[in-house]
Write a protein that binds this ligand. Sequence first.
Ligand code: BMA
Length: 386
Amino acid sequence: MKMKIILFTATLILNFTLLVCNSYAAKTPAEKLIERLHKLQKKGYMYGHQDDPFYGITWDWDANRSDTYELVGDYPAVMGFDLGGIEVGDSKNLDSVPFTRIRETIIKHHSNGGIITISWHPRNPLLGTTAWIEKDTVAYKQAISALKQMRQDTIAKKVINPQKTVASILPGGSQHAKFRTWMSRITDFLKTLKTDKGQPIPVILRPWHENNGSWFWWGQNNCTDEEFHGLWNMLQDYVNKELPTSIVWSYSPNLDGYWNEQRFLKRYPGDNRVSLIGEDAYQWGKEEDFKKQLTADLEFLTKFSNEHGKLLALTECGYQNSPDSTWWTRVFKTTIEKYPVCYFLPWRNYSKDHFGASKDAKTANDFKLWYAEKKFLFLKDIKKIK
Ligand code: BMA
C-alpha cells in the first residue's frame, strides 16, 4: 500500500513537472521577452540607447566603447538599431553602420542578457528618396503650380505625387512587387539573428513610427487611415510568416499632447497586432510645453495600455545637445517616473548631435546621480531577470 502511494505521488510530481516544462518550452522567444518586459516594468524603468556601441560624442567606430559605459560603468539594458538601407541591399545603414556590425552587436547584447529594439527608416519606394518626405512634397507642389501657370495640365498630371507612396506599395499598386523585395531583405536580415545554439533572438520591432506626424512617407497626411492599416498589416503579416516566433511588435506614434481614445484608435493596429505601445518624445521647444504634452500623453497611454494589457515605453527621447545640465533629473525623470514606462531610449550620440548620456555631455553629473537610483535599470540589473 505504502509503495503504491509513493509511486502514485512520484507519478503525480513527474506529470506536474512535465506540464510546467512543456508550457515553458511551448513559449516562443517573443512571448518570453514580453513576459520579461512585464516583470522588468514592475522593477523600474530601463535605460536604452540607439547605436550605443558604435560611436559617441567624441569617437567613432572604436571597438569596445560606449558613452554609457564610460559614464556609469554599465551598458544600456536596451539597445536600439536601425535597418534603413537594408531594403536596397546597402552594406551600411543610413547612419553608416555596417549591417555585419549591427548583427554581431545584437547577438552579443542578447547573449549578455540585454534587450534589442529595431527601427527601420526605409527609403521612399515610389521616388527613391529618403524616408523623410517633406522636401519631396514641397518640390511636387512647386512643380504643379509652375506647370499650371504654364497651362501644362497634361504634364502636371504625370508628375509623381509623393503622397501616393503608401498607396503605390499596397497590393495592386505600381510599387508592390518592389516593396515585397524590400520586405524580403529586412526579413532575411532578421532571420540571421540567432544565438550560438541556433535559437532565434527576440527583438522589439518598431516600424512606421511617429506616424501621427507627416515628416515620413507613412505619416498622417501622406496616407489615409485605411492605407496605414494596409501598410502595417502587410509588413506584419509578411514578417510574422517568415519569423513566427521572435518578433515583439511596438506601435510608436510621436509626442502628441492631445490624444484621446477616438483619435488614437484611428491608426492603432489593434490589440492582436501590438504588444508594446511606445511614444517618441523629444523636447524640441520650451521645457514647459514638453512637460505638459508628455504628461498628457503618459496619462492617456498609461490608461490605454493598462486597459489593453500592453507594455508602455518611450521608444525614442531626449533633448538634443541639452544646454541644461540638470535636464535629466529635473525635467525628464520627474515627468516620467509616475508612469509604468518600461524603458526609455535616447537617440544616438554623434559628434554633431547627441541625445543620450555621456561624460562629454553637459548633463554628465546629473545623469550619474540618477543612475545611482535602484529603479533605474541597466544591463547588470536585468541580467538575472529572465
Ligand atoms: C534621425 C537623425 C538622423 C538619422 C535618423 C536615423 O533622428 O538622427 O541623423 O539618420 O534618425 O537614425
